[in-house]
Design a binder for this molecule. Structure first.
Ligand SMILES: *[C@@H]1O[C@H](CO)[C@@H](O)[C@H](O)[C@H]1NC(C)=O
Ligand SMILES: *[C@@H]1O[C@H](CO)[C@@H](O)[C@H](O)[C@H]1NC(C)=O
Ligand SMILES: *[C@@H]1O[C@H](CO)[C@@H](O)[C@H](O)[C@H]1NC(C)=O
Ligand SMILES: *[C@@H]1O[C@H](CO)[C@@H](O)[C@H](O)[C@H]1NC(C)=O
Ligand SMILES: *[C@@H]1O[C@H](CO)[C@@H](O)[C@H](O)[C@H]1NC(C)=O
Ligand SMILES: *[C@@H]1O[C@H](CO)[C@@H](O)[C@H](O)[C@H]1NC(C)=O
Ligand SMILES: *[C@@H]1O[C@H](CO)[C@@H](O)[C@H](O)[C@H]1NC(C)=O
Ligand SMILES: *[C@@H]1O[C@H](CO)[C@@H](O)[C@H](O)[C@H]1NC(C)=O
Length: 837
């Protein structure tokens, strides 16, 4: 503009001064050699110092500094120097502390008023020439920026809201620039923006913009940074993220193993931080960020929801996960080999049922060598039985998320050695038959079944042990039953058989004979003791022999059942004895014919002497045997000779001596009552068989005095009808050989007249005694015998009891029944009895 004009004016006026100066300095004008003009711009900063050099020449003769204020034409003197000393104009204080050193003007504590144009006029003397320098300096006084002040219209905006930040400075030489920084712990200080004006406009605040903010202002002098200020952006919560520890996922979400500690953590970004609430299947279970389930159970499977809340904004978000709790089935996997395809194949079955998810199972050794495929809960593998060696082991492997280590089960396939064992047993009472087949051991166990003779299968298939029960039936005798055993490792089925047999009996002798009184053993052998056969003995009356019978003794030893008869009796024990056996399928018997023989009759005996000795208290007896026959001893019997009235009982025979040696022929008997008249008889004995009794005798008095008394009484005819007299008659009859005349005298005389048939009691008794002797024990007359004797009455005396007669028919060699009247023909006596009271 008019700057050029103004400058020309200034220059011109300055030139005027300069021309004047040299004159002033030296008083004389020296020729001007050179005049130099220079212009410079110098910047100074307020309150600091600035040096205004006046060219580079040293030691001028005269220096003159002037200053022209901006916007003014009038220069003012500032300082002057003549090369030796300098002087600063008093009014120069408005410019600062001004000093002039040689030609350089220094202004300390520069004031803004010093802005303007400085002119230095210097004059140098060089070789008598004067050199003048006009040095123009335009001084610009700069102001540093002051510390800026940061403000935000909203320091806690909700995310998305605009935020305006302002940065203000009081002073500072423009141009001033603004830069914005943010400090976060994470990122440190980052520069955010640079602006020309002190404004930062965040149109949509964002959480990433959170942090400590500062603004820095800068001009060419300096830069200053404001105090920091926090921008807190309120936001969230974001959609929560749930993490599960330990980490395991499946297609639905997360999984955990039962009994584990499970930690559910929820994270939803939010400012202020979220408040968390946990829900299980929509019921609240926990409040807090970290939900710890110390020992999770299968019932805790379900949906877990995390709700995050920003309490400041009252906003909430939520996320749900599905947590599946895995668990193992109970127990262990089981490995079972089974027969398959009609026992030709071996099916290996591995099973472990239950659990979640189901357990994966697979057999390690496959038929093809490699690994087999895995299946869930069950795994079956088939092998050909013939390819499997005895004792091969197989392993089944189980895997499951809840299993730390793989679990296995193992099975060893084997077949027991040997064969099945068959047996048949009958139950008690032989009602049922039990067929038993056993073959223990093996893996799988051996399968057994029963087959009958028609090849029909009986009952079912059983393992190791098969019992078939059926009703006993005689038609089963001789039938064969087979037990079949099958196993995949057996190439051929093995079997055993059992035949149902009726029992078999053997007797060692079928005929046994012995003499009475001995013991005999009948032996019976159970040769085929099948099915628990039972053996019995039947006696000759077809009764089962009981062990407790006194007569019998049963002895069992091994297969023998022996029956012993003690003290055998003639007739009674003879007969057929039967040994019988029976079992569930039949019975059998074997018989033994037992013959108990009587010993042959001993010889007859006659009394040769019977005489009193010593006052009738002792008799002396002598006898003889007649005929042949073995004998083992003699028996002497005695009774009172005095007779009761005929209808009264006669006293029975009493054995007085029984063990008389067979070689002895005499015997003395003492202890008699002299008042009683005794009758005696003697019998020979062969073992048990007693012979015919001798004739009955009463002892005689010693010779010379006995007879007259008796005879005297008889001759007197005083036959009194008393028992005594009858005895006398009897005596006479019995002793007719000795006294035939007396006999004749008494009986023949009356013969043919009185025809009353009478047997003497002795006769009857003799008959009875002899008869009894064949069956009764010595010295112990049987009751039967006694009765027989007691019942003796006219006409019946000689009759033989029926059973004896019957027995006699069967008896092989019974002793002939003695006829008491064989020697003495029956005597018919007619007696006229005059009874005297
Ligand atoms: C001023 O001049 C003297 C003598 O001529 C000289 O010694 C001195 O160094 C100078 N001072 C400056 C600052 O040049
Ligand atoms: C926040 O700002 C950053 C950078 O400006 C941007 O990348 C991000 O998407 C923003 N976030 C939101 C939630 O607006
Ligand atoms: C929770 O929910 C799951 C899936 O809907 C269900 O299987 C489970 O039985 C529920 N649990 C309870 C305790 O209700
Ligand atoms: C199979 O092996 C077992 C023992 O491992 C043995 O007892 C059995 O006798 C064997 N069977 C055969 C048929 O060899
Ligand atoms: C015995 O078996 C036959 C044929 O098997 C039958 O007819 C009979 O009724 C059976 N007897 C009994 C007692 O079961
Ligand atoms: C039964 O009799 C037989 C043949 O006489 C004999 O061998 C066996 O020892 C006897 N047994 C008993 C227990 O007496
Ligand atoms: C023995 O006596 C009886 C009768 O008393 C007689 O029948 C039998 O013939 C006699 N025997 C001998 C061998 O004399
Ligand atoms: C008497 O017994 C003997 C042997 O004891 C026998 O040999 C003999 O035949 C028997 N005599 C009579 C007559 O029975």
């Amino acid at each position: 503009m008019d700057y050029g004009l103004t400058r020309n004016l200034q220059i011109r006026s300055l030139l005027k001064i300069i021309y004047i100066l040299p004159t002033v300095a030296y008083g004389q004008l020296l020729p001007l050699k050179e005049t130099k003009y220079e212009e410079h711009v110098v910047k100074g900063v307020r309150d600091r110092s600035v040096l205004l050099p006046c060219g580079d020449a040293a030691s001028p003769m005269v220096v003159f500094w002037s200053f022209t204020k901006l916007g003014s034409d009038i220069p003012r003197a500032v300082a002057i120097s003549n090369g030796v000393e300098s002087k600063v104009e008093r009014g120069s204080g408005v410019l600062g502390n001004v000093t002039l050193d040689n030609s350089t003007l220094e202004i300390e504590n520069l004031k803004t008023a010093a802005e303007g144009r400085f002119l230095c006029q210097a004059m140098y003397g060089e070789e008598d020439e004067i050199k003048v320098v006009y040095f123009y300096i335009e001084l610009i006084v700069l102001v540093p920026v002051s510390k800026p002040f940061l403000q935000m219209n909203n320091s806690t905006p909700v995310e998305g809201m605009p935020v305006v930040m302002t940065c203000t400075v009081k002073e500072g030489t423009p141009p001033v620039t603004y830069s914005w920084q943010r400090y976060t712990n994470r990122d440190g200080t980052v520069s955010v923006a640079e602006t020309v004006e002190g404004l930062l406009n965040l149109t949509s605040s964002n959480r990433t913009q959170m942090g400590w903010y500062t603004c820095t202002t800068q001009n060419e002098v300096n830069s200053q940074t404001s105090d920091r200020m926090y921008l807190d952006v309120i936001y969230g919560p974001d959609e929560p993220v749930i993490s599960v520890e330990p980490f395991a996922v499946n297609q639905h979400g997360f999984s955990a193993n039962e009994q584990e500690e499970v930690i559910l953590t929820c994270l939803a970004s939010s400012n202020p931080p979220s408040h968390y609430i946990w829900f299980y299947n929509s019921s609240q279970v926990y409040s807090g960020q970290k939900y710890v389930i110390t020992r999770i159970s299968r019932t805790q499977t379900g949906i877990y929801t995390c709700l995050a809340q920003n309490m400041h904004l009252n906003t909430r978000t939520q996320t749900a996960i599905i947590l599946t709790v895995y668990y193992l089935p109970k127990g262990k996997p089981s490995c079972t080999p089974l027969p398959a395809t009609n026992f030709q194949d071996l099916a290996l079955r591995c099973s472990w049922q239950g659990g979640f998810p189901p357990v994966r199972l697979r057999w390690l050794k496959s038929r093809w060598g490699g690994n087999s495929t895995a299946t869930y809960s069950n795994a079956t593998q088939i092998h050909h039985g013939k390819d499997v060696r005895n004792g091969t082991s197989y392993i089944c492997l189980a895997s499951h998320p809840a299993l730390r280590d793989e679990t296995i089960c193992r099975t060893t396939v084997w077949v027991p050695g040997g064969n099945p064992i068959c047996s048949a047993v009958a139950t008690k009472q032989n009602e049922f038959l039990m067929l038993t087949c056993d073959w223990a051991g093996g893996e799988p166990r051996v399968t057994l079944w029963w087959r009958d003779w028609k090849d029909h299968v009986l009952g079912g298939l059983k393992q190791s042990h098969n019992i078939f029960v059926m009703k006993s039936n005689a038609t089963l005798g001789g039938k064969e039953f087979t037990c079949v055993a099958a196993h995949p490792l057996l190439t051929r089925a093995t079997e055993c058989r059992v035949r149902l047999e009726p029992p078999k009996l053997v007797v060692d002798r079928s005929k046994v004979s012995l003499f009475e009184g001995n013991e005999v053993e009948l032996a019976c052998l159970l040769e085929g003791a099948y099915l628990g056969s039972e053996v019995f003995w039947y006696n000759n009356k077809n009764q089962v022999v009981k062990t407790d019978a006194r007569k019998y003794r049963l002895q069992q030893e091994n297969a023998w059942l022996n029956l012993t008869l003690r003290d055998t009796e003639w007739m009674k024990d003879s007969g057929t004895y039967r040994c019988a056996a029976m079992n569930a399928v039949g019975n059998t018997s074997a018989s033994i014919n037992l013959l108990v023989k009587k010993y042959p009759s001993p010889p007859n005996v006659t009394i040769s002497k019977l005489m009193y000795t010593r006052h009738r208290t002792e008799v002396e007896l002598e006898w003889q045997t007649q005929g042949s026959g073995n004998l083992t001893g003699f028996v002497v019997q005695m009774r009172e000779a005095k007779k009761a009235p005929k209808n009264q009982l006669a006293s029975s025979w009493e054995t007085v001596v029984s063990d008389i040696d067979p070689d002895t022929r005499d015997q003395k008997l003492g202890g008699l009552d002299p008042a009683i008249v005794y009758a005696f008889r003697i019998l020979a004995v062969n073992h048990r068989t007693t012979g015919h009794p001798s004739e009955v005798k009463t002892p005689a008095d010693p010779p010379f005095n006995a007879y007259p008394a008796v005879i005297g009484a008889a001759v007197a005819g005083m036959i009194v009808a008393t028992v005594t007299s009858l005895l006398v008659f009897q005596y006479i009859i019995r002793n007719r050989e000795n006294n035939p005349r007396l006999h004749d005298l008494l009986f023949r005389m009356a013969g043919g007249e009185a025809r009353e048939h009478i047997s003497t009691p002795e006769d009857a008794e003799t008959a009875a005694g002899m008869e009894g002797g064949t069956s009764e024990q010595l010295g112990e007359p049987s009751k039967e015998a006694e009765e027989t004797a007691a019942e003796v009455s006219p006409g019946e005396g000689t009759e033989v009891p029926e059973d004896s007669a019957a027995a006699q028919e069967e008896a092989p060699a019974p002793a002939p029944v003695p006829d008491p009247t064989a020697d003495d023909p029956p005597v018919n006596v007619t007696i006229t009895v005059t009874a005297t009271p």
